[in-house]
Design a binder for this molecule. Sequence first.
Ligand SMILES: [Zn+2]
Length: 267
Amino acid sequence: MAVDSVWDTSLLLGGADVPPVLEDNAAGRSPFLLTCDHYGRLIPRVLGDLGLPADELTRHIAWDVGIAGVADALSKQLDAHLIAQRYSRLVIDCNRPPGAPGSIPRISEATVIPANEGLTRDATELRRRAVFDPYHRRIAEVIEERLRDCIPTVLVSLHSFTPVYAGIARPWHIGTLYHRDTRLPQLLLKQLRAEADLVVGDNEPYAVSDETDYTIPVHGEARGLMNTGIEIRQDLIADPAGQVLWADRLARIFAEIETTLRAQRLI
Ligand SMILES: [Zn+2]
């Protein structure tokens, strides 16, 4: 009860908390607009440790391990605008429709999240207003500005996945994720399959859906932007060396895709 009263009456993000949105290379000239929903694992001060031990807050349930380093480096190499979200997906998942199962998870994999149990409607709304809304509002604004200025815009949503989930090992090194728009994912799959050392997932380990995803359906499909999600396996990008290698590889591949898209007058 005491916890509820705090959430009901205070702002979620106080003076000691950083804003949820991180942007890099906002003047970048690339047609690729990079988003990263699970970039960070910060927790607003007022929520403490969510009732979890420290080792739970550094593993994949809290964020997309390794993707921040890939996103930063890829943004620089492609000269692409990156919009990323700094708070843990355990606070609110920025790639779930608000209110959907898992938006503010009570259980993630097999871990109960004590601070997410029995949330009031106000506490739920506070998470959304403090973290989810500013992030998605900024993505929408940037897309709006780019379209108004006739800047070609292709949405690339960057994620990483755990090598083992609920005891099942995942064989893919990287996967493309999509739903209604297959143009960019098909080009990406072709390029990735040409890399001899890769096991490539086609809508693996997940497929995009309206029920389980937000960024691609709302900012890509609903706006008519070409789009793809990318999932990289976390053990490959656990350290800075791996992150740079994967950013290099993706930068090379996306440069080739850009050439193809321009030749086909798709951008
Ligand atoms: Zn993710």
